[in-house]
Design a binder for this molecule. Structure first.
Ligand code: ZN
Length: 462
């Protein structure tokens, strides 16, 4: 009974205090079937909180909660409770899941000015509760990624983007629910509304087509959200060679692997871009290792990169498909091929892609959209031009948009390059030629230099 009452309170609070997009995310999650029997962590087939991972600096934190199988979950917040020495908290209730014993025993300690710690416990017989203890009230967003299922919490400690109501009167829901505290702590809810002005209704099965490239350099919303502090460091570039380790990416007709090609290109970009001293270039991976998509984004955010370039090679069942394209994040794609590509790069069936649409216009990604579109076009044009000088006839498929998980939550200008088709025998052969890889790298370097030198990053936060 107590658990049921708690659930009702949580739902009401979410409706009142969280943004529309988060409500959609919540409803989406709540619509999942609940596991009826109490979870047994050791039982096969029962989802279980197997790991809690965190990437953090003093203004940004991403927490990933791994459950493996899909679970029903709810997120909510609590204000600080000084008499009980409790800080502001975000908590995630996960139904029908077990939890690994080591996680119960050992909180993830951070204490960096934004995040205090992440801890977890069994809230009741059927619910695992993960609690994020904050140092101060912060804006946050929670979403889930499938395959394997993980719940992601992005916390923004800058405080410049949201306008938070702070008085208890402004936040307490009316009526009897107001007296209904969270089951864990008898405190008022903490208000941290995620910023998402253009949420889509839940349940749309067909992803919408991406919008046209906006004409302005910076949207009014983005400009208002980022009051143009002056950057005090070299332009930081995070190069992200896709795939790696157990994930080879696409494989060509003669066995060339995408993971090896993009790592080689990434190293070339780093070498070429680092030479002048203008750029601080880092890579998400510099060896043949597997890194989850959400970790790549988190690495760029934690490292306060100004530019994020994810490197991939395309593939298609149509063996004659060819050409170069560069993508930015959007909630949908304009054609089936782009959706199939995003599904493959995300490592999920195409039917799973729709959930990502709730999180595109989030507090980080939305403000960077225009800059990302411009960088993507510049990158693609330059890559095609440089490759064409060595290999006449290189085709441009142009600037595109699709729901790539690796771009979700990126705080900086972020693009994803699909540098020709490894499934095309001629292009696969070209990708074995180091001069082609040099051409691709030269194109990315030229575009990044152009952007860095022309002050496109004037709105960079750091
Ligand atoms: Zn790829």
């Amino acid at each position: 009974m107590e658990g049921e009452a708690g659930e009702r309170v949580d739902l009401t609070l979410l409706r009142r205090h969280l943004g529309a997009a988060s409500l959609a995310v919540f409803l989406c999650a709540a619509g999942l079937p609940l596991a009826a029997p109490p979870p047994d962590a050791a039982a096969p087939g029962v989802p279980r909180v197997s790991d809690i991972r965190a990437w953090t600096n003093e203004i940004y934190t991403r927490v990933a909660i791994d459950t493996g199988d899909e679970v029903s979950w709810q997120a909510n917040t609590l204000r600080a409770d000084p008499p009980r020495s409790l800080p502001p908290r975000i908590f995630i209730d996960i139904r029908g899941a077990g939890i690994r014993d080591e996680i119960l025993r050992k909180p993830v300690e951070v204490r960096n000015g934004l995040l205090r710690q992440v801890r977890a416990g069994r809230f009741d017989r059927d619910t695992v509760r993960v609690v994020i203890d904050l140092e101060r009230e912060s804006t946050y967003r929670v979403f889930a990624l499938p395959g394997p299922f993980r719940i992601i919490v992005d916390i923004d400690g800058e405080g410049a983007i949201p306008v938070l109501p702070t008085s208890p009167e402004a936040v307490a829901p009316p009526g009897p629910v107001a007296a209904g505290p969270s089951p864990e702590d008898p405190a008022q809810p903490l208000i941290t509304p995620p910023v998402s002005p253009r949420a889509s209704p839940a349940g749309s099965a067909v992803p919408s087509a991406p919008p046209a490239i906006p004409p302005s350099v910076e949207s009014p919303r983005a400009a208002a959200s980022h009051p143009a502090p002056t950057r005090k460091h070299r332009v930081r570039v995070m190069i992200d060679p896709g795939h790696g380790g157990k994930d080879p990416g696409a494989i060509g007709p003669t066995g060339l692997k995408e993971k090896d090609v993009v790592l080689a290109i990434g190293r070339k970009i780093r070498e070429k871009l680092s030479g002048s001293g203008e750029f601080d270039v880092r890579m998400t991976r510099d060896e043949d290792v597997f890194i989850p998509l959400e970790e790549r984004t988190a690495m760029a955010n934690k490292g306060r990169a100004d530019i994020f370039v994810s490197l991939h090679i395309n593939a298609s069942r149509n063996r004659s498909a060819e050409g170069f394209s560069t993508y930015v994040l959007s909630r949908g794609a304009s054609n089936r091929e782009d959706l199939e590509l995003a599904a493959r790069e995300n490592g999920v069936p195409i039917g799973k892609l729709q959930g990502v649409k709730f999180i595109i216009d989030d507090m980080f990604t939305g403000a960077r959209k225009n800059e990302s579109l411009r960088l993507a076009k510049t990158v693609n044009d330059a890559v095609v031009r440089h490759v064409s000088t060595r290999f006449p006839g290189a085709q441009s498929l142009g600037l595109k948009q699709a729901p790539f998980y690796v771009l979700v939550g990126a705080r900086m200008t972020a693009v994803l390059v699909e540098a020709s088709f490894i499934s095309n025998a001629r292009e696969e052969s070209r990708l074995r030629d180091t001069s082609c890889l040099d051409g691709i790298a030269d194109g990315v370097v030229e575009a990044v230099r152009y952007y860095g030198r022309n002050g496109i990053f004037a709105h960079s936060d750091y």
